[in-house]
Write a new protein. Structure first.
Length: 394
């Protein structure tokens, strides 16, 4: 039975690339830096890539290969490569595909470290970036130049959970012969598959919902085999590979991804509905709330709404800080996608170095709070948010 014909949940659980002579039921760890060869000819043929086999764990390893294979099956991708972190995946993907003089068109709302790559480091190599307003995707073509090579976006965005129309992005990329890269971290392969809408590559920070328990770092890029080949060659020489242990953990995590995501999303919707009716909350953004500006687009391309809720607390930055100080149950952390609910106030923390004008340009208002809703009893999370909102001086 071909794995391609199996359901996503079955693919995540039953995909096992190798078994040892012990016929283990659970996949073993392959904690080795290198692999041995049978003879000189085997070694020559392996390095000449005349046969597929493991040579060195910086290149490939049974644990990382299995993890990548699962993500490829779930995303509908041809091939992939796994990285030590999500940002290693982002950097290596762009660095492998871009040359000096190339241009990127990106959504304005992207992860802070990605923005830093685009504005601080890539210009050193004469690689430039233009940003389009996530709320005005029809303006994208105005930013495309003769040297534009990549169209890039996150959807949902971080931290304001805006939604980009992936089908529209796919059509624009095809029309202008651009490589469409989508960061699918907030949605995971269970909720959304950008390749179905025209994406050439999909990136995940596996540190987030794919791991789901705040244990390990990891990243992965999957998509067209010709592009992955370039990414693989770049990465095997520069060394951002995922460790076998982390790959083993992440592959195991994928086995429970569907059931975890279902509960995350169920809890998040209830939290969003509570916040929408709270007198001290100015507005709430959650993809599956009918009040979300891109609700129809979200319903078209997403199976569920995700676990991230963004809301505007009345009173600005100081109110946001006081709100965080009143939180008792939820965690104050830089991570997201954990079993534990996490609360952050971007304007005073993750995006505090941006000017107010720069923050507003990417939908980060002074009172914006991001909640990564976990797997606790949802009423306990709601009660914690409620007491923090009630106890704060507005």
């Amino acid at each position: 039975m071909s794995n391609q014909n199996l359901g996503l949940e079955t693919q995540a659980i039953r995909t096992q690339l190798e078994r040892t002579q012990y016929l283990e039921h659970s996949v073993p760890l392959y904690l080795t830096s290198s692999f041995i060869f049978e003879d000189a000819e085997d070694m020559r043929a392996s390095f000449a890539e005349e046969k597929e086999r493991n040579i060195y764990s910086r290149f490939s390893n049974p644990n990382t290969s299995e993890f990548v294979e699962k993500i490829c099956l779930m995303e509908g991708a041809e091939d992939g490569y796994a990285f030590a972190t999500g940002m290693a995946a982002v950097y290596s993907t762009f660095a492998a595909l871009l040359n000096s003089g190339d241009h990127i068109v990106s959504a304005s709302s992207v992860f802070g470290s990605t923005h830093t790559l685009f504005t601080k480091y890539f210009p050193k190599w004469n690689i430039t970036t233009s940003y389009f307003d996530v709320n005005k995707p029809k303006t994208i073509e105005n930013f495309i130049q003769p040297n534009t090579k990549i169209l890039y976006a996150e959807s949902p965005t971080n931290p304001a959970v805006d939604i980009l129309d992936l089908e529209l992005l796919g059509k624009i990329a095809k029309k202008h012969n651009l490589i469409l890269i989508i960061d699918n971290c907030f949605a995971t392969p269970y909720i959304q598959n950008p390749i179905q809408f025209g994406a050439d590559l999909v990136i995940h920070s596996a540190t987030k919902l794919i791991d789901g328990q705040g244990r390990v770092l990891g990243g992965v890029t999957v998509g067209r085999s010709d592009l992955i080949r370039e990414i693989y060659l770049f990465s095997r020489n520069t060394g951002p590979a995922l460790s076998p242990f982390n790959a083993w953990v992440l592959s195991k995590s994928l086995e429970t991804l569907p059931v975890r995501i279902e509960k995350h999303c169920e809890n998040a919707l209830k939290v969003a509905e509570f916040l929408e009716n709270h007198p001290n909350v100015a507005s709430v953004k959650y993809p599956f709330l009918k009040s979300h500006p891109q609700y129809d687009v979200a319903k078209k391309q997403m199976k569920l709404g995700g676990n991230i809720v963004a809301f505007e607390i009345k009173g600005g930055i100081e109110s946001g800080r006081k709100f965080l100080d009143k939180i008792k149950l939820c965690s104050l952390s830089a991570n997201l996608g954990d079993t534990r609910s996490i609360v952050t106030h971007p304007a005073s923390t993750t995006h505090s170095k941006l000017t107010e004008e720069e923050r507003l340009a990417v939908s980060i208002t002074d009172g914006l709070v991001r909640v990564s809703v976990g797997l606790e009893t949802v009423q306990d999370v709601i009660n914690d948010l409620n007491q923090a909102l009630e106890n704060k001086t507005f």
